[in-house]
Design a protein. Sequence first.
Length: 453
Amino acid sequence: MVDADRTNTATETHRGAYGEFGSDSGGLIDRSFRERIVLVGVSMPPASAEDTEASLEELALLVDTAGADAVASLVQRRQSPDPATYVGRGKVDEIRALAEEVDCDTVVFDDELTPAQQLNLEKQLGRSAIDRTAVILDIFAQNAASPEGKAQVMLAMLRYRLPRLRGRGLVLSQQAGAGGIGARRGPGETQLEIDRRRIVRRIHRLEDQLGQMRRTRLEQRKSRRQSRFGQVAIVGYTNAGKSTLLNRLTSSDVLVEDRLFATLDATTRRLQLPGGERVLVTDTVGFVKKLPHQLVESFKTTLDIVGEADLLLHVVDASGADPEGEMKAVRSVLGEIGAADVQELVVFNKVDAVPDAGRLPAGHEGAVAVSARTGEGMDKLLEAISARLRSLLTVVELHIPFQRADALAVAHREGEVLVEGTDEAGFCVRVRLDEAGESRLAEFVVPPVAGAR
Ligand SMILES: Nc1nc2c(ncn2[C@@H]2O[C@H](COP(=O)(O)OP(=O)(O)OP(=O)(O)O)[C@@H](O)[C@H]2O)c(=O)[nH]1
Ligand SMILES: [Mg+2]
């Protein structure tokens, strides 16, 4: 059960982006040195022992990305988590003994701990106890670059922290530099209440700020919509090769790194398809199993673009250990952000690293196999994007009176005009339109003749 020999010798130092977040925002993992971490997972039905092991391996990678070393791990099988301590009481003693033996600073649990569980565990383990959510938030905080990305991560962190302030109020406000008017105690007000009030105020400020950014983006996108470019969003598990694919398709130079959550901000580029159509392709933040709901909630501004897309390119690392599990995790997040109904084209990436094409996951009709690194399969992918976008369009006949030249202009702008002529009353146009265009021009649509197909 106990696997105390998983040592990690990486010595890379962290990226220290915390300064910009303010002193009370980060610090879930102390990065003044590389912390030694013990990982703990609970294997609960329906997850199999292998699922739990795979999840712990991924947690070790997350911990490494956050700048610490996983030095040992431990798994418990249970029907459900213990409400007080997540693992059973006896297991807590075992973890404490292991932590002492390997001299670890922090224990990381593979599921989100309730505030009470976290507090109890810290007391009983005599060291800090954090969860997978905290590690992921930590990585996001290190990688956030744009003002919007930073605001989104900060909001997620504060929402995570608010219910966990109990018993730590004093420490937190000391870290924040407890001076200043905001820190002055009202009559009968505890330090904890002051801290809570301050965090709630910051949450509201960030929500306002992000709400404003979101409105600006929606306006920008509205004008893009009017240009009638098809919208394609690249989605997928973190490190699947989404940014590499955007770069390959559009000759861009978005940051590519063998690192989890390298991309947090959305980048949009134009792409011309083989048939001449132009589309906008957007690369965005990757997903992971057990992605913290606080992040999904806070990243609304960035993720709007996924829900609004005409087509999703779902990039899957075909060379990875668990492509199917990763696809499932991605689809579950897509459901959470209201993008479950957007058409999806599965793109199996990294085929250069797959020894035999027969090893690709089966049963995904229409999937395209590519290597964003070597360029293999790109022609097929472009054709598939073209075909899928076309299948979303319908061809209609319009009859537009001469005095409504404005509607004729809309048909040209929003659709692809195939045939254009006139009769004694107006313009007769055959045009390929998407759903939105069709509804804008609904009053001019000539109903198909009954019986004709
Ligand atoms: N062998 C191989 N490696 C690839 C391929 N595409 C991407 N990679 C590598 O996979 C790693 C991640 O690539 P990214 O493009 O940054 O992945 P991403 O999906 O954008 O990752 P995040 O933004 O971190 O979620 C990098 O080391 C890439 O060089 C490929 O087709 N074959
Ligand atoms: Mg990326």
